[in-house]
Design a protein around this ligand. Structure first.
Ligand code: ADP
Ligand code: MG
Length: 345
């Protein structure tokens, strides 16, 4: 039997309704989602990843891929893991040239660049002095002048020999040790962001121990907001809030990580000139284009102190800083372009 006109019309309407329903359901499922992966322990600190993607599942995939990448870099760069590529260099590079992966070679070359830029304030060869102070902290007794001088004689980026042709690393002096603690977290953040983008993240935030990169726009606000901690830890309110889009921020300071030796607070950041804990700044926050740059420069500026640190920052076109001078009277020093990243309250 042929359908009459009413039946045809009813069929068309039903069909249209179905299409509309499918469209709305699809739209609902495909609506961009923001997922917070929370804090996880990695690289001797806590890392947090937030991702925005077209589907919640995709956002979660991006988060896992980001954490995997941070862990992968930790396995290459850790001075604590005996099977890391860095540990192999530390064991063997005085005996002869050690061939390293293009990735680690690139990171070491970048590190030396930051040493040159900062007049040696940032220096990954600081390992022997870091170790000395760690042991001093464990023993709760200050290292002697002789031990300090001895450790210092094994530090200096000019003693780290990189051969680009053979992609090898060599130590000029016995007992040298590389420590990537001042740059690897930032580097891992940039890599995590890259992988998340490849997996379809349209926005996100990656934080590895205060080394942060924010890209795109969050769903719940107009821009990613990052609080700068008050050096007075009793104050739970941030000192200021930064707004970031496709930008990185890193903070270095001694108000969280330090050792107390015989009642004296010693920063985990080493002043390479004196081979003791840096003490010119309570903290410094660096805003830069990449998390690696922000990380390395934040360590350097912490060593350099307010005057030389600010001069270094002002010499870069696209780097800004907020410095907090050493207590008891904290003073905030901002670089000339910092205000454009600071939220007005
Ligand atoms: P955090 O590790 O607290 O984020 P930093 O990025 O400033 O802080 O890195 C500090 C770490 O870098 C230290 O724990 C040590 O491993 C290493 N380090 C210490 N002094 C220096 C220095 N002058 N240059 C480069 N790395 C350093
Ligand atoms: Mg750093």
């Amino acid at each position: 039997m042929k359908p009459n006109r009413r039946q045809i019309l009813a069929g068309v309407v039903a069909g249209l309704c179905l299409i509309a329903a499918a469209y709305y359901v699809g739209k609902f499922i495909d609506r961009p989602a923001q997922v917070d992966g929370g804090y996880r322990q990695v690289m001797g600190t806590f890392a947090r990843i937030v991702a925005v993607a077209n589907k919640p599942r995709q956002a979660r995939t991006c988060i896992e891929a980001g954490f995997d990448e941070i862990r992968r870099i930790e396995a290459v760069c850790s001075a604590f893991k005996a099977d890391s590529e860095l540990s192999k260099i530390n064991r063997e590079a005085f005996n002869g040239p050690v061939k390293v992966s293009p990735e680690l070679f690139g990171l070491l070359r970048k590190s030396v660049e930051y040493s040159k830029l900062s007049n040696g304030a940032f220096d990954i060869t600081v390992g022997p002095v870091v170790d000395l102070w760690r042991k001093a902290g464990e023993a709760n007794s200050m290292p002697g002048a002789e031990a300090l001088a001895e450790a210092k004689s094994r530090v200096g980026y000019e003693k780290l020999l990189l051969d680009a042709n053979t992609q090898t690393i060599r130590f000029a002096v016995a007992g040298m040790r590389l420590d990537l603690g001042g740059i690897a977290k930032g580097y891992s953040v940039d890599n995590a962001v890259e992988i998340m983008r490849q997996k379809g993240a349209i926005a996100g935030m990656v934080d590895a121990g205060g080394n942060i990169y924010c890209f795109g726009k969050p769903l719940d606000k107009a821009v990613w907001l990052v609080g700068v901690q008050d050096p007075n830890l009793e104050n739970s309110e941030p000192l200021m809030v930064l707004k970031l889009q496709d930008y990185a921020v890193a903070t270095s300071g001694d108000y969280r990580r330090f050792v107390t030796i015989a009642g004296r607070k010693v920063s985990h950041i080493i002043d390479t000139m004196t081979a003791t804990g840096a003490n010119k700044l309570a903290g410094d926050t660096i805003i830069a284009k990449t998390a690696m740059e922000a990380d390395a420069i934040s360590t350097a500026v912490n060593v350099l102190g307010p005057e030389k640190g600010l001069a270094l920052i002002e010499s870069f076109a696209d780097v800004e800083c907020i410095l907090i001078t050493a207590g008891p009277e904290y003073r905030v020093v901002k670089s000339s372009g910092a205000n454009s990243y600071i939220m007005e309250n």
